[in-house]
Design a protein around this ligand. Sequence first.
Ligand code: GAR
Length: 197
Amino acid sequence: MLNICVCVSGGGTNLKAIMDSIADGTITNTKIVGVVSNNKNAFALERAKENHIPAVCVSPKDYASREEFYNALLNTVKGFQPDLVVLAGFLVNLPAQMIEEFKNRIINIHPSLIPSFCGVGYYGLKVHEAVLERGVKVTGATVHVVDGGIDTGKILLQKAVDVREDDTPKTLQQRVMEQAEWKILPEAIHKIANGQL
Ligand code: GAR
């Protein structure tokens, strides 16, 4: 059984995709042992609680320094004793110590085809705005291992999504989620849990 801790910052639709995939058997041999958010208003926390999954908020606002926040974040994640940490829309740069302690055991979903539209400043809707501004015809999503850089770790899975002439950042974001993110993040977890990745 692969025990996973899912870290979230916002709506938690990727968390929902993981929970649904465990429930319908698309993901096997996996248990979500905890959900951690840096944002107390994240709807993802509600989704977790509805599914009877322990959900904790560790907000930087509650700590005097970045270092104290990072310590609390690391200790909370470690408290769940996960085999794998899944960043599902977690918009916090991880502390170096966490990356070291969970070396090759943290994965992230990014809403573009890395190495395009990634790195500093590319997160959430900003990615899709940049895609439309550049005028590329194909975008998508990437699941990758988290290393010391931003979106630089080993690529595990990618899925392409066509850009439409009439797309807005929001319509494109929604389609990238539906067609790519909600498929390849559960697929990556299933494959890791079953020794296929
Ligand atoms: C997702 O689109 C995810 O790929 C993105 O944040 C969104 C979270 O949505 N992550 C990043 O941009 C990371 N660089 P969700 O809370 O509904 O899953």
